[in-house]
Write a protein that binds this ligand. Structure first.
Ligand code: HEC
Ligand code: HEC
Length: 397
């Protein structure tokens, strides 16, 4: 072969290699097709999820990078009840967040894989999307550890007291699954299985949880729909609960609404407040067993402060408090009326407000009667929220 000819062939071969290596060819197709998944043959046309109007619950604020779609919610529901998120496929999110307990589990402290007892009491997920305040650093968990729902969701999978797994392993399981790749494609438009990530799983779970909204208790029907009446006992409890918030002169005030503020969600609506409601004695800020908010902020005076949680569905979510120490609402009321335990940052309502301590046994019963009007059972059998794996064929749509 002549030298010029060899040179020309070399150039020809080089150009060929360059064309073959052009990443655009992967998208164009024939030279190097998408590696083996065929996901992009599945239609991707996301439909916005239409939030039903629920007894005047306000519109929910939703992060712009995770719009709620029908396919995202569907994927999120499968993931919520998916036991393979746990290392030995024994528990799912739904094991600790049960539909007929307002998405709590009934245990003082949650039970993880292998029966490991956790550190805290499970929390209700009804109306959880409303707990997100974009400008507030501490929105979720008893101690406000997480700002975003999408962030919170990553925690239980790798928590050694909960699902004991790694996200790497969960991603591997989902990529190799017969159905999840299709559901991820429909929800997020991915074109290869390798694009299935923990971030997308968290987005889908968050979308599902943002649909868990309900406000159909007796209280709602009395207060907002005016076709129902409180019993005398409930009415007295309601007035004690609100106390001076009612704006009239009151002789008795249980102080509850100062913290569990009187809003649609029964927790402070504008921000997630934290306080010390006198559960433990402490001489110094270092004496609290569970430091609560202080664990997160590292500010000593935040030690022993916990989130002023919603009291909606409180009749369904026993036992109570971050450590599940009170089995009944009677025990909760006895705690408050006793004035709680002394510590440097115990809230004024407990430490120095004399009104709370004058409540009689009858007053306590009245408050409990009122708290029970906050129970909403309308979603117990709601198929959209229930475990698809209990159906004969979970994957039929
Ligand atoms: C072993 C039981 C257990 C499992 C499994 C579990 N959770 Fe939880 N969940 C809890 C406990 C306990 C808390 C409160 C934790 C804390 O404050 O430290 C909680 C808190 C939450 C919160 C915060 C609620 C609020 O008001 O701030 C959300 C949201 C949540 N879980 C969602 C999930 C999701 C999604 C999964 C599955 C990926 C899951 N959980 C798995 C027990 C569990
Ligand atoms: C100073 C603020 C404050 C006042 C006043 C207050 N609470 Fe609380 N409440 C809290 C905080 C904070 C928590 C969470 C504490 C924890 O678990 O560490 C809580 C928890 C609860 C719980 C348990 C919630 C659950 O999901 O386990 C109930 C029930 C409750 N409060 C009812 C009441 C009632 C009834 C009153 C009035 C008698 C009242 N609270 C007054 C701050 C307050």
């Amino acid at each position: 072969m002549s030298r010029p000819l060899r040179f020309a062939l070399l150039i020809f071969a080089l150009v060929g290699i360059i064309i073959a290596c052009d990443p655009r060819n992967e998208i164009i197709g024939p030279i190097s097709p998408t590696p083996g998944d065929g996901l992009d043959t599945i239609a991707y046309n996301p439909q916005a999820y239409q939030f039903p109007v629920i007894n005047g619950l306000p519109a929910m604020q939703i992060p712009t990078d995770n719009p709620v779609t029908v396919a995202g919610v569907r994927l999120g529901k499968y993931l919520f009840y998916e036991k393979m998120l746990s290392i030995d496929s024994s528990i799912s999110c739904g094991s600790c967040h049960k539909q007929n307990k307002a998405f709590t589990d009934g245990f003082p402290k949650s039970i993880g894989v292998d029966g490991t007892v956790g550190l805290r009491n499970s929390m209700s997920l009804i109306n959880i999307g409303y707990a997100w305040r974009p400008n507030n650093a501490h929105n979720f968990m008893w101690d406000g550890k997480f700002r975003h729902l999408e962030e919170q969701i990553l925690a239980p999978v790798e928590n050694p007291l909960e699902m004991k797994n790694t996200w790497e392993e969960v991603e591997r399981r989902m990529r190799g699954h017969a159905h999840y790749p299709r559901l991820f494609r429909q929800a997020f438009g991915i074109s290869t299985k390798s694009e299935i990530t923990k971030e997308l799983a968290a987005k889908a779970l968050a979308q599902f949880m943002r649909t868990l909204n309900s406000a159909d208790s007796k209280y709602d029907s009395v207060e907002f729909r005016a076709f129902n009446y409180f019993t005398d006992e409930e009415q007295r409890g309601y007035e004690l609960f609100l106390g001076d918030i009612l704006g009239t002169i009151v002789t008795k005030d249980a102080e509850c609404a100062h913290c569990h503020s009187f809003s649609r969600n029964f927790s402070t609506f504008a921000r997630n407040n934290f306080s010390n409601n006198g559960l433990d004695s402490a001489v110094t800020f270092n004496d609290f067993i569970d430091k609560g908010l202080g664990n997160v902020t590292n500010i000593p005076s935040d030690n022993g402060r916990f989130r002023e949680v919603t009291l909606r569905n409180i009749g369904l979510t026993a036992p109570y408090m971050h450590d599940g120490r009170f089995a009944t609402l009677e025990e909760v009321l006895n705690h408050y009326v006793s004035g709680g335990h002394p510590s440097p940052n115990v809230a004024n309502e407990l430490a120095s407000a004399p009104t709370l301590r004058t409540l009689s046994a009858g007053d306590k019963q009245d408050i409990i009667a009122f708290l029970k009007t906050l129970t909403d059972t309308s979603y117990f059998n709601k198929a959209e929220w229930s475990d698809p794996f209990l159906l004969p064929d979970p994957w039929v749509e």
